[in-house]
Write a protein that binds this ligand. Structure first.
Ligand SMILES: [Zn+2]
Length: 239
């Protein structure tokens, strides 16, 4: 996801010029149940041209503190980060989803091209690593009715978010990102962040959330799939 692009799409949708129909919208998941005292920390792995493309310190923090997290990997990122893919797949409390093959603007493509963009990394994960991945997040958060229908037909779950951290925006301080997230934080929230090194403050923000901010609101972190099947009776005890 690229923050500035998403703003543009949101504005377009806000003006009702290019919004998916309500029927399609119903299949797009933006949050878990409000009855669940947990949130999902999600990290997109969009391709990057410069830098390492991997926030190693962030991932090490999550592993060290056993923080459940969900990563949405793009195909292009995976082909350049074999060791990192293996590292993420090996962590039992991490969940893996996909994020397009070349990080295309899906609504600019026809149905067949969209299916190819969506399925290529899913097939790659299965063929190379033997891992299924049924969560899908569209690049830039962009989609149309065809995207929603394609994701459903391919047997995947369409995962967006309801809290946009804005972490790739270089003008935002860690404090500004945390203020934005805290204001929207509630049971069932899905927070979008990035693990591809684009977020200067992503680790700091994650440390603050996992440290005390979630606990202060009676919330814990869960993977997306756990959040979606969570209710009060299955949720872990409050910290
Ligand atoms: Zn992305």
């Amino acid at each position: 996801m690229r923050w500035t692009r998403w703003i543009g799409v949101s504005l377009i949708c806000g003006l009702a010029l290019a919004c998916p129909a309500p029927r399609a919208e119903a299949q797009v998941i933006k949050a878990g149940p409000a009855s669940c005292p947990a949130v999902a920390l999600t990290y997109d792995l969009c391709p990057v041209r410069t830098a390492s493309g991997f926030d190693r310190e962030l991932v090490e923090f999550l592993i060290e503190h056993k923080v459940p997290a969900t990563f949405f990997m793009s195909g292009r990122w995976m082909t350049k980060h074999e060791a990192e893919v293996k590292q993420l797949l090996a962590v039992p409390f991490f969940e893996i989803g996909t994020h397009g093959d070349v990080h295309a603007h899906l609504p600019m493509h026809d149905v067949e091209e969209q299916q190819q963009e969506i399925m290529a990394p899913v097939r790659f994960l299965k063929a190379k690593y033997g891992r299924p991945a049924n969560l899908f997040r569209p690049p830039y958060g962009e989609y149309n009715d065809e995207t929603v229908e394609a994701v459903k037909a391919l047997g995947l779950r369409f995962i967006l978010w309801n809290i946009e951290s804005g972490d790739p925006d270089p003008t935002l301080s860690a404090e500004a990102i945390l203020t934005r997230v805290q204001k929207r934080l509630k049971p069932g929230s899905v927070i979008v962040l990035h693990a591809n090194g684009k977020g200067k403050h992503t680790r700091e923000v994650t440390e603050a959330l996992a440290g005390t901010l979630l606990a202060d609101k009676g919330l814990t972190a869960m993977t997306v799939s756990d959040l979606l099947r969570c209710n009060q009776s299955t949720a872990p005890p409050k910290p």
